[in-house]
Each structure stands twice: as C-alpha cells, then as structure tokens.
Design a protein around this ligand. Structure first.
Ligand SMILES: Nc1nc2c(ncn2[C@@H]2O[C@H](COP(=O)(O)OP(=O)(O)O)[C@@H](O)[C@H]2O)c(=O)[nH]1
Ligand SMILES: [Mg+2]
Length: 421
C-alpha cells in the first residue's frame, strides 16, 4: 500500500488495445532502465497475467494476437517503488480499470441482458462506482479504426464523433458533485499503423489527429466546458505497444505480426507520467480560484505558520487513500464552514501541499527543457539518498515532469484547450 492512489478509468471499444497497452506499460516500467527513478510493481498473480498477455503478443511463433478480455471489472494496480539502502518506498499507486468495452452498452442485443440483470450485475455496479470516483480518464481511440476512417471507409463515416460523444456521455454521468472534470488522456493506440502514413497525399501526424479530435462537435463543446470551469486538461497521446513488429495486412484488413521486425514500444509511459502532474496542477488552480482574490493573502499568512508547514510536509509521507478525494474533502469542509479556525487550517494544509508540489513541478519543467541527460543522472544519484516517503514522491514527481516536458517539446499539439496556465 502506498501513500497516494490514483484511480484511472480506461474507456475504449473492444479491440481498441486497452489490455495490451496496460501489459506493455507494466512491462516497460517494471524493469529499471537508464534515467528511471522507480519501477512498477504489482501482485504476483497480476504480474504473471500481464506478462503472459505481453509475451503472447510479441511472440513470433504464436500466429495470432491474444483474444480480448471478458466481462470483468478487476482493476490492475501498479505501485511505484523506489528501493535503496534506506529501504523500500512506494510513494504512489495507480489503479487502472480495464473492462470489456461492451460493458458500457449492456443493452446491446448481442449480450441479451435484461433490464433486471443490468440492474443487479455486480460488475456493472463496480463499473459505475469507478466512473464516479475516478481520478483520471484514459480514453483510447483505436488507431486502426481511425486509419480506416481517414481513408474514407463508408461504415466509419461519423464514427469518431459518435464514439467520442458516447464515452463523454458516460463521464458526464459522474455522480459525485465535487471537484469537476478530472484529467482526460486521449490515447491513440496502434500508432505504428498511423505515424507518417500518407492519406490523401498528406502524412498523418499527431497535430492532425489532435486537431481532428478537438474539432468533433461534442468533443469541442466538452473542451469549452472544461476551460470555463477550470477543469483538468485534456491531452492527446499517440502510443504503440508493438512498433514495427505489427503491420496492417492490406488485403485482409487485419493486424498481423511480422517476425524479424523489432518490437519497439512508443510513448507507453507518457499517459502514466502525466497523471500526477495533471492532478496536482488542476487542484492547485481550483484551490486558488476558490479562495478568490484574497486567497493568496490567506495562503501567505498560513505559510508563515510553522506548525502548518510541518503538517503539510508530513502529509505527503503519512496520509493514506486517494489524493484527490482527500483534497476534495478538505476543500468542501472549508466551503461548508464548520469551525472557522479549522476550515482555514484545512484549506491551508491542502493549499500548502499543492503549492509545494506545484512549485517542484514548475521548477523541474523549466530545468528539464535545458538539460535532460544531466537531470536524469542527478535523479539517479538522488534515488540512492531517498529516505522518506515524502522524498520519494517528490523525486517521482520530478521524474514525471522531466519525461512530460520532453514529450511536450516533441509534440506541441498534444495539450488540448487552454485549461492549464
Ligand atoms: N499494430 C498494433 N496493433 C495493436 C497494438 N496494440 C494492440 N493491437 C492489436 O489490437 C488487438 C486488441 O488489443 P486488446 O488489448 O486485446 O484490446 P482491448 O479489447 O481494448 O483490451 C491486439 O490483439 C492487437 O492485434 C499496437 O500497439 N500496434
Ligand atoms: Mg481488453
């Protein structure tokens, strides 16, 4: 168990690539590499399952890719772990809910479910619970479908708008009123099939795809809503688990393995890396907006109080449970009054925490643009020195900020809307 847990609800049609993405993400981040600050760990059974899915997918001797997952709502839980001579630290956990795509439409005739069955199905109930309490959404767009749509397949005309508005509708059903819309990462799968491919004499680029997504009418309205309510940002992130090892068989329209070509994963870590920075920035913005014009003054006053500062620092190392939920609780308690001293103190704690982490993030981003390699080496050295949970989460966050800055620099069109300052 780690100090902070972020819950991610994964949206995507059957076959979009959700499960293989999670298997590839775990595979890539569970082994330490140059520049990595921590590794991902999971329970023994899940580790074996994910390894199996990944191994089958990249095994040239198995002709077919593994079949899609069944009706289930078991989250995959990944712990970020730093191990050194001081001990083992798990500053952050992320839970991904990877369900079968058709669970969002249980009335689909093929499933043959009755109203009654839908009402009582425990898996569907768990899915609704997750929707209401997710800290972030990962919306996967099937890269192969996108390619076919771009090429003008008649059965896919209007598919993107329809698909996006279906998923957004589910997100908008969120029942918990607090906190607004959490970060949304639109992940385009199977990027190996799309990247640079010529369609109508123009190469497919991330900028073009991000623009296309942002122009879909329902999605555009959603982006406007987020900007107006100061909700969390939306990113578009292209990923590939296989790289050139997979290819499109133009005759059958199927994805096939190409033995002999390398497996080269692409950007699998980026959606993971963006989770904590996006959550922190968003909550900080909200908190500052909520406290109004006098908010900064209040915050400054509170910052001078040494006891509060010490509490805020200890918070990162000691608190248990989902980060966003705790911050929500604090913010709501403050808004609802209660004892004035108490509410100011709790607001101050949340504010101070966000302030500290936000400052770490800002500083790291501006530095990382300057000297990536040097910073990675410095992080490696500091990894050895981590002695508390609080140092562990700060270092993990700095690692995320570096990777994210690197990605954003290469992909300037990936951040949609004007939500982040
Ligand atoms: N070319 C390519 N194909 C992929 C990639 N990821 C997944 N696929 C294909 O998409 C299929 C479905 O993936 P899966 O993860 O089971 O989809 P899910 O139903 O969303 O969980 C796989 O069997 C592969 O054929 C990728 O990165 N590149
Ligand atoms: Mg699946």
């Amino acid at each position: 168990m780690s100090a902070t847990t972020l819950r991610v609800m994964v949206f995507g049609e059957r076959g979009a690539g959700k499960t293989l993405y999670l298997a590839g993400l775990f595979r890539g981040m569970s082994v330490s590499g140059p520049g990595s600050v921590f590794t991902l760990q999971t329970g023994e059974v899940d580790r074996l399952k994910l390894n199996r899915i990944y191994a089958d997918a990249v095994n040239p001797l198995l002709k077919n890719f593994p079949p899609s997952t069944h009706w289930q709502t078991e989250p995959w839980r990944f712990d970020c772990q730093i191990t050194n001579r001081h001990g083992t630290f798990r500053p952050l956990s992320v839970e991904y809910l990877d369900y079968s795509g058709e669970m969002l439409d249980p009335l689909d005739a093929r499933l043959g479910m009755t109203d009654e069955e839908i009402e009582v199905d425990p898996e569907l109930r768990a899915l609704r619970g997750y929707r209401d309490h997710a800290d972030a959404y990962l919306l996967m767009i099937d890269g192969l479908k996108l390619l076919r749509m771009l090429r003008g397949a008649p059965e896919l005309a209007g598919w993107l708008e329809h698909y996006l508005s279906d998923q957004l509708q589910v997100m908008e059903q969120r029942l918990t009123g607090t906190g607004g819309r959490p970060p949304l990462h639109v992940v385009v799968s199977k990027w190996d099939l799309l990247d640079g491919r010529m369609v109508d004499g123009v190469p497919v680029t991330l900028g073009a795809v991000a623009g296309l997504v942002a122009r879909q009418p329902t999605f555009a309205a959603h982006l406007d809503g987020r900007a107006q309510d100061r909700d969390a940002p939306v990113r578009v992130i292209p990923v590939s688990v296989t790289g050139p090892f997979a290819a499109l068989d133009e005759e059958t329209g199927e994805i096939v393995k190409v033995p002999g070509r390398p497996v080269q994963p692409y950007n699998l870590d980026v959606p993971f890396t963006a989770l904590l920075p996006d959550t922190i920035r968003w909550r900080r913005e909200q908190l500052l907006a909520d406290t109004g014009p006098s908010g900064e003054g209040v915050e400054r006053k509170l910052n001078r109080r040494a006891a509060l500062l010490a509490h805020a620092r200890a918070f990162v190392g000691s608190a248990r449970g989902p980060l966003a939920e705790r911050l929500d609780r604090w913010a709501t308690r403050r808004q609802n009054g209660g004892s004035p001293a108490m509410s100011i103190a709790t607001a101050g704690l949340a504010g101070e925490l966000l302030h500290q982490l936000g400052a770490v993030l800002d500083e790291q981003e501006s530095r990382s643009r300057a000297r990536l390699r040097e910073i990675q080496e410095e992080h490696q050295r500091r990894r050895q020195a981590v002695a508390t949970e609080s140092e562990a989460i700060t270092l993990a966050l700095q690692g995320f900020a570096v990777r994210l800055a690197e990605f954003e620099e290469k992909n300037p069109g990936s951040l949609l809307g004007e939500v982040l300052s």
